[in-house]
Design a protein around this ligand. Structure first.
Ligand code: ADP
Length: 480
């Protein structure tokens, strides 16, 4: 590795080891893309109980203890190289086999991820590797940024290290983090521009002390400065506006490529969209829907919660019963929403199907087989599903917020790649679906729309270059 830029990249999840949502996609691909650009970046994730160790050739690397008021907690680190990227996986008592990646026990999750954050810093010390940049992601690893700010001046290894904290989802602040932070020796930030209630929570403390903050899309970087999206931190974040930037996530072009996707029975690319049609029939069959190439097939993929606007879909569809459509839901989450989807399926057995689970195979089948994907999120820091959908010729119908606004374009002319609506209301979504269904009947124009989406460049290369430039800027500022 020739670059002098060394980056310790911390995340709670990363493909291919463990993925719950978009953060797993990002942490799986961004470090590899940066490595290609010559950055000596190393990825650190927890060795979660859900990771199947036997699938990976993990080598023991080092072990040490993380100081804790209740007694030091032993950590063991394993390593593996992934396409040239060194990956370090941290094991320890908080990551017992029965513990999920994220749980409802906020206090325990905070304990677990603060342990992880501090162990990741200790790991670099243990292998005597000096990171120029500490790049943390979301609340799970924000405690590392805070530790760095508190200890940098007296710590030989980290004296020169700059920090970047990327916000993938602001509302998750690390609730119940105060007590565990204290137990790991991290005091609240009294007398700071943070609101009182936020002074002992991991993400706000990271946002307070990071040298730079990035959000995962330019629009989200602006939105978090407003009362609607700022999770109570907008006034504080506005004081940091000159150190906040937005960099859109990219897509793993190999993983998400309809021309080579091994989950698909019929591969295709923009020049031969007729090959795509088989995937729709296969999906209808797989989901036991009436097999009909002519009926517009809608899809939804994502966590079932308020953020994703699933309730808006359920209401909007009631307004559209006079039109032909089918829909497949894939996702799990809020039991109320799960039951509502099941009820919709009971009410409309020839139109609605759901798979209330996480299912990677089926997600590929939906991207390749559905005609349009509904993404009516109330907020969406970046959103990957709309980008994946476009790459697969599945036209997104999305709300104009965060990364959806930055990637889905509906306007006169050749730039249109989907349908977009402004208000988080069922009527607005229904209206956008209507526009889509109208265009769907004009086959040549619909195909042109599919192709337009498929040709958009959502590769990591461009975004990685922006992170690379940001790292360089941070290094320059720390070593003027
Ligand atoms: P978020 O990070 O908020 O969950 P994103 O749109 O950024 O949403 O990323 C979601 C990622 O997780 C996408 O890769 C999507 O395909 C995948 N995904 C979400 N729900 C499911 C599911 N139930 N089964 C399979 N993949 C899913």
């Amino acid at each position: 590795m020739t670059s002098s830029l060394s980056v310790l990249f911390l995340a709670s999840e990363a493909e291919p080891f463990v993925k719950v949502g978009g953060l797993g996609d990002v942490a799986g691909s961004l470090p590899r893309a940066l490595r290609v650009q010559g950055v000596d970046i190393r990825l650190v994730i927890p060795l979660h109980g859900t990771i199947r160790r036997s699938e990976y050739d993990l080598h023991p690397l080092t072990s040490f203890e993380v100081p804790h008021r209740g007694g030091p907690i032993p950590a063991e680190v394993y390593t593996i190289e992934l396409d040239g990227l060194p990956v370090y996986l941290i094991a320890g008592a908080p990551f017992r086999p029965d513990v999920p990646v994220y749980s409802d026990d906020w206090g325990f999750d905070a304990h677990k991820y603060i342990f992880f954050s501090l162990a990741a810093l200790e790991l670099a010390r243990s292998i005597n590797w000096q990171p120029g940049i500490l790049h943390a992601n979301d609340w799970h690893t924000a405690a590392a940024v805070y530790w760095l700010a508190l200890n940098r001046s007296s710590d030989r290894l980290y004296q020169q290290t700059a920090s970047l904290l990327t916000v993938h989802n602001l509302p998750y602040l690390g609730a119940a983090g105060g007590v565990p932070l204290g137990a790991f020796g991290l005091p609240p930030a009294s007398d700071s521009p943070l609101p009182e209630w936020a002074r002992h929570l991991p993400l706000p403390l990271g946002l307070l002390t990071a040298d730079y903050i990035s959000a995962v899309s330019p629009t989200y970087a602006q939105e978090i400065l407003t009362p609607e999206f700022g999770s109570g931190l907008h006034e504080f974040l506005s004081t940091r506006a000159d150190t906040i930037t937005g960099i859109l996530n990219g897509l793993d072009q190999e993983l998400w490529n309809p021309a080579f996707d091994s989950f698909l029975k019929s591969n295709y690319h923009p020049a031969d969209l007729t090959l795509r049609e088989a995937n729709k029939l296969i999906l209808q069959q797989e989901m036991a829907l009436p097999v009909d190439p002519g009926v517009p097939l809608l899809g939804f993929i994502g966590r079932l919660n308020h953020q994703k606007g699933v309730d808006l879909i359920l209401e909007a569809l009631q307004d559209l019963l006079e039109l032909p459509w089918q829909i497949v839901f894939l996702g799990s989450g809020d039991p109320v929403l799960e039951r509502a989807i099941q009820q919709l399926q009971l009410d409309h057995p020839t139109r609605v199907r759901s798979a209330l689970r996480y299912d990677a195979d089926l997600s590929h089948h939906i991207y390749a087989g559905a005609d349009a994907l509904l993404v009516p999120s109330r907020y969406e820091p970046c959103g990957l599903v709309q980008m994946i959908a476009m790459r697969y010729g599945c036209v997104p119908i999305a709300r104009a917020t965060g990364g959806l606004k930055d990637t889905v374009i509906e306007k006169a002319g050749s730039h249109t790649n989907g349908f977009i609506f402004a208000e988080a209301a069922p009527e607005a979504l229904a209206e956008a679906i209507r526009r889509a269904l109208t265009l769907y009947s004009d086959r040549p124009r619909w195909k042109a729309l599919q192709r337009q989406g498929m040709q958009c460049d959502f590769s990591w290369e461009k975004s990685a270059r922006e992170y690379h430039l940001l790292y360089q800027k941070l290094m320059k500022e720390r070593h003027p």
